[in-house]
Write a new protein. Structure first.
Length: 295
């Protein structure tokens, strides 16, 4: 989904605007590859440290120690990270902002500390994972819009960057809620590992209520956003899309989490949030097409 999201923003949105972009297509492909490699490295290191809890929560999904050895998994982890950071260093020099390479080092570091320490701290681990997804949207503007900004196009570029920030915020909120729901789903294995996730600390019922409370925030903000930017600009197709594929599923989540009890219930709700995130991101394509159609 990460690569799809970044490609979607570039080719269905930014490329449709009359603006210069800092990266050539193949260089943007390297940016996508770099973020995917770092995310894959984070997935590998997380699996290494999650073997014990995954054996309880998801026994069929355990790979480390079965499909591949722990030593080989570490080698893959280091290889993915080194390649991802190296590409980031190259791209930072391409746009003549060598200091931006620290972004890739920060991402790799956060993913490591999440797997080893942060995920065991109530809400902090959830926050970090959600933040990293949001950063994967913001990094598009940092590498493709910001370096190509000049005095003549500053206002337009700032407007486009702000749209990316809006989507990054949406992705952060939805993914933060999803991480809480996933913690509820995995509570048994996490408890046996001595973790201090939200459902372990305050109980499943209270954690579900907190997830519900957090879900109301993006629901209200999305409603206000739709009214201000879509309805007031007569973007009817986008408005209908947003109501059908973002607001309605969010409302469904809010209603269903009231009665959620089993691991199966929370797994279903986690999937619903994943679909909300996907449809939310896809709205950028709908917006572009609706604007063209109206024009």
């Amino acid at each position: 989904m990460l690569a799809f999201m970044q490609l979607l923003f570039r080719y269905s949105f930014l490329k449709q605007q009359d603006i210069p972009l800092a990266l050539a297509d193949w260089q943007y492909g390297l940016l996508v590859l770099s973020t995917v490699l770092l995310a894959a490295a984070g997935y590998v290191i997380n699996n290494i440290f999650d073997v014990a809890s995954d054996t309880i929560n998801k026994p069929n999904d355990v790979v480390i120690g079965k499909g591949i050895s722990e030593t080989r998994a570490y080698n893959i982890y280091f290889g993915l990270n080194i390649t991802g950071v190296a590409i980031g260093f190259y791209l930072s020099n391409v746009i003549m902002r060598p200091g931006f390479a620290t972004i890739f080092i920060l991402i790799a570091s956060l993913l490591y500390f999440y797997s080893t320490t942060l995920k065991q701290i109530m809400l902090l681990g959830n926050f970090v994972v959600a933040l990293l997804l949001a950063l994967s949207v913001i990094i598009i503007g940092v590498f493709d819009i910001f370096p190509a900004t000049n005095v003549d196009n500053q206002a337009q570029m700032a407007s486009l960057f702000s749209i990316l920030i809006d989507y990054a915020l949406f992705a952060f909120m939805i993914n933060f809620i999803r991480e809480i729901v996933k913690d509820i789903e995995d509570v048994n294995g996490d408890y046996n590992q001595g973790m201090n996730t939200l459902p372990i600390a305050i109980g499943i019922s209270r954690a579900a209520k907190i997830a519900l409370g957090f879900a109301i925030i993006p629901f209200i903000l999305s409603l206000l956003y739709i009214n201000k930017y879509f309805m007031e600009n007569d973007l009817l197709i986008v408005t209908l899309y947003a109501f059908a594929f973002v607001l309605a599923p969010l409302l469904y989540f809010i209603v269903k989490i009231f009665g959620a009890k089993s691991q199966k219930d929370f797994h279903h709700l986690s999937t619903v949030l994943k679909l909300i995130l996907l449809f939310g991101i896809l709205s950028i394509l709908v917006i572009t097409l609706n604007i063209k159609y109206n024009a």
